[in-house]
Design a protein around this ligand. Structure first.
Ligand SMILES: C[S@@+](CC[C@H](N)C(=O)[O-])C[C@H]1O[C@@H](n2cnc3c(N)ncnc32)[C@H](O)[C@@H]1O
Length: 262
């Protein structure tokens, strides 16, 4: 292990860790560390199970170990067998192809609980999509799924480009799926009824039922997995619009009748 990180909660920020990392090189775009920190800090002090697709020099695996500490389970996946030579015991490295569904199934067995997935592998749409389809359903409640380098969705040598089956195109469809609750009932009235009082459950797919949010950044998508209950348009507070208007009318009347007001 590069440096014990069990006290990471009180230690440097993840951004500082990337800036000062003296171990193996990690290639990440300069705006990524802040995004990681925003979504991964909640796992500090927890025995987080993190899988990163794409090892290369092993630098990012070392940083995850330093950040999350000794209790974290950190696994890196790469298609290149030489990556196993990159690090010591900071992380396990598993060799395989992120587009191979049988391999992805075996990863689920190896990591029965998965809290964080970071896809920094081959960056081609078919790889990103295969990995997402296999591993997102397996991600634990409260888990975070990150896909990096989505600019490749626009780069022809990665199979990207406008109108192509890129991961960005796939993720636009995820925006629709997040809102599946609203496809069949196009009226506010349906959602004002508290879920427990509804005559029947609202139809929605697994993605809507298990996803709290999609966060799009430059070249990065972060998906937060969290069980969702049926959407409910609640009325917070006590005073209705009619009561406000009535009060105003009464006040105007009182002022009209007040002999001290000229
Ligand atoms: C950008 S590098 C990873 C960088 C590393 N995560 C870091 O931050 O330092 C991409 C890695 O993905 C690996 N890779 C490419 N295609 C892959 C595939 N189909 N399955 C698994 N790994 C793949 C490459 O061998 C390479 O080591």
């Amino acid at each position: 292990m590069t440096s014990a990180g069990s006290d990471a909660e009180d230690g440097p920020s993840l951004v500082e860790m990337f800036e000062t990392h003296a171990g193996n090189k990690s290639d990440k775009w300069s705006h990524y560390p802040e995004i990681y920190e925003r979504h991964l800090a909640k796992f500090l002090g927890e025995p987080v199970n993190l899988l990163e697709i794409g090892v290369f020099n092993g630098g990012s695996l070392q940083i995850w170990r330093n950040y999350f500490g000794a209790d974290a389970k950190i696994v890196g996946v790469d298609i290149d067998p030489t990556t196993t030579l990159m690090i010591e015991d900071e992380a396990e490295i598993v060799i395989g192809d992120q587009a191979d569904t049988a391999f992805l199934e075996s990863l689920k067995t190896r990591m029965p609980r998965l809290d964080v997935v970071i896809d920094d592998g081959g960056h081609k749409a078919h790889q990103q999509i295969a990995t997402f389809e296999a591993l997102y359903p397996h991600l634990a409640e409260g888990g975070v799924y990150i896909v990096e380098d989505l600019h490749t969705s626009y780069w022809p040598h990665f199979g990207g480009g406008f109108g192509r089956e890129s991961f960005i195109e796939r993720s636009k469809r995820l925006i629709d799926l997040l809102h599946e609750w609203y496809w069949y009932n196009p009226s506010f009235n349906t959602y004002i009824v508290p879920p427990a009082e509804r005559p029947q459950a609202m139809p929605a797919g697994d993605f809507a039922k298990s996803t709290f949010g999609l966060h799009f950044y430059d070249s990065m998508l972060v998906i937060e997995k969290r069980t969702q209950t049926e959407p409910w348009l609640r009325l917070y507070g006590q005073v209705s619009r009619d009561e406000v208007l009535k009060k105003r009318a009464q006040r105007a009347l009182d002022e009209d009748n007040d002999p001290d007001i000229p």
